[in-house]
Write a protein that binds this ligand. Structure first.
Ligand SMILES: Nc1ncnc2c1ncn2[C@@H]1O[C@H](COP(=O)(O)OP(=O)(O)OP(=O)(O)O)[C@@H](O)[C@H]1O
Length: 258
């Protein structure tokens, strides 16, 4: 069996006195995609951030490439783990091209400028997300969806071994949601990297992820193959509203019953 890229061993996450998840054993191997689902405030972002030492958690219970997080420096983590934050605030004036080049920053050796390969990766990532004609524009002039695509291009330029995505479909229209998630899923499969995405979209999770972690917000969770976890009963319990599914020629679709 392939060694996990990321693994947690009995990881518990709490905020104040509230337990978000209790004794979580998750693992993502090369090519795997895990969706994290749950109500607002159930702990999805906290889990993603804990895997990158961005919030307090017991780092000795998290392993990246077989090494506990306690032994990873920030610089090493920046080369290996890439994160798409839920909200991208670009307060600094910079161009689209400068922003996408930031993805190469962790890979640059001290006192070395970007190489032709770095520029080629950035150009290719911009083209992939359809922003090649906006390279010289200031980021502040981009629409919300274009900013999200730029953030994804930066992540592709970083080419991490583990992709952590917090609401990757935010701001994207329905066509770009599908295109972007297909692109990320294909990238992960081709590069043998791993992906964990927090999302509110059960249908995107079902379509693009093979595993699902469903958080109930009280420390309990379900983790497993997506068909096993994404049952109407489990989703209804997790979201506190009735959820059902239909099976169509295009696949399984989930919807809330009003
Ligand atoms: N620094 C903090 N101080 C106090 N409470 C916090 C802090 N960070 C997170 N929380 C709380 O922890 C809980 C989990 O937050 P988290 O952002 O992980 O949820 P989420 O599942 O990603 O939510 P959403 O779907 O709304 O993005 C929330 O109730 C949040 O208010």
């Amino acid at each position: 069996m392939t060694a996990p890229i990321v693994q947690t061993r009995q990881l518990s996450l709490s905020i104040g006195k509230r337990t978000l998840c209790d004794q979580l054993d998750l693992s993502v191997t090369a090519g795997q995609r895990l969706a994290v689902l749950g109500q607002n405030g159930s702990g999805k972002t906290t889990l993603l951030h804990s895997l990158l030492k961005l919030c307090p958690a017991d780092a000795s219970r998290i392993e990246i490439d077989g090494r506990t997080l306690t032994h990873w420096s920030r610089a090493e983590l920046a080369k290996t783990v890439g994160i798409l934050f839920q909200d991208n605030h670009d307060d600094m004036p910079s161009s689209v091209h400068e922003t996408v080049m930031l993805g190469r920053l962790p890979h640059l050796q001290a006192w070395r400028w970007e190489s032709a390969k770095d520029f080629a990766l950035a150009d290719s990532a911009l083209k992939t997300v359809g922003l090649e004609n906006a390279a010289h524009r200031d980021v502040s002039t981009l629409s919300g969806g274009e900013r999200q695509r730029l953030a994804i291009a930066s992540l592709l330029t970083q080419a991490p071994r583990l992709y952590l995505l917090d609401e990757p479909s935010n701001h994207l229209d329905i066509s770009f949601q599908i295109r972007t998630l297909k692109l990320l899923a294909d990238t992960v499969e081709r590069e043998g990297s791993g992906l964990i995405m927090a999302t509110h979209d059960i249908n995107l999770a079902a379509r693009f992820c093979d595993q699902v972690l469903l958080l109930f917000g009280d420390g309990h969770y379900l983790l497993g193959a997506q068909q096993e976890v994404l049952t109407d009963a489990a989703l209804t319990r997790a979201y506190g509203c009735e959820i059902r599914h239909v099976v169509t020629e295009a696949g399984r679709f989930y919807f809330p019953v009003v």
